[in-house]
Design a protein around this ligand. Sequence first.
Ligand code: PEP
Ligand code: MG
Length: 325
Amino acid sequence: WERTVRDLAFHKAVTTDGKFIPLKANVEVLAELDMLAKIGCDGIGLYRTEFLFIHSHSLPSEDKQFAAYRAMVKGMEAQGAVTIRTLDIGGDKIIPGMELGESNPALGWRAVRFTLAEPAIFLTQLRAILRASAYGKVRIMFPMISGLLELEMALKILEQAKSELRSRNMPFDEDITVGTMIEVPSAALCSDILARKVDFFSIGTNDLIQYTIAVDRSNSRTAYLYRPLHPGVLRLLKIIIDNAHQAGITVESCGEMAGTTTGALLLMGLGIDGLSMTSQSLLDVRKAIRSISYDAAREMALHALNLTNAQEIEDYIRKTIHDRS
Ligand code: PEP
Ligand code: MG
């Protein structure tokens, strides 16, 4: 490990033919920045804010959230932007005392569905995020958007949060970058429509895989069906990435898939503009990208799209990585 850090710390993920893929980190708490300060990264691609709410006995106030977001933004100042995701509770992310007793929590009242129904909570968080944007580069991102109307409602509430801060004379970045996660199949299929409304996409493969294959992301009995390289998933990824590029926006990926070498290289081959992952995966993915050409990754992804099952695709990608690098 020490040696890997020595060899790869602060290197950029550049392919052998010169294509740079920004590698960002997924974080939940400030302490995670210590490791990132040692190995380097190109910003935070996913700041999961649930932690603040899950470990709090009452709803965190605007000032408390602001302090947490500002600390993260200032801590990352030298490395890149911090992408703050609005609250994504419900489904597999339960706040103690907020168990809803739903029979299908993954399909129920979670993430943006919850915050849109609780505008006071949503506005408080958005104001806190906006205020942090006065201290460094911040991007806002919405989770679990399933279609245009939800995205438009979220954007409208964001505008309201901005105007509240203006009337309070509080500074924030007026040109703050706004994006949406694409992690629901309907959003993937309608990504051409959604792309007109935002500055970037971030693909949440954990949920996208769960919903595409209809397999619970946390059920060990059906775990064998949970395959990031399922041809159905690959086809959706291609649709999302192509639609984003056609609309002239960037598209990143922040689920676990981006933190595996097979997933990262496949996403790169499909044209992804950036990958975000747990800090523990950064050096391995950086190494993998630095050992292959962009051309080879493109060719590999094109070929993978013609294969018929997850195992065949995985074997093919592993063999290609082995032969090419
Ligand atoms: C995802 O769904 O891929 C994602 C990054 O979000 P989370 O794992 O927090 O649901
Ligand atoms: Mg998700």
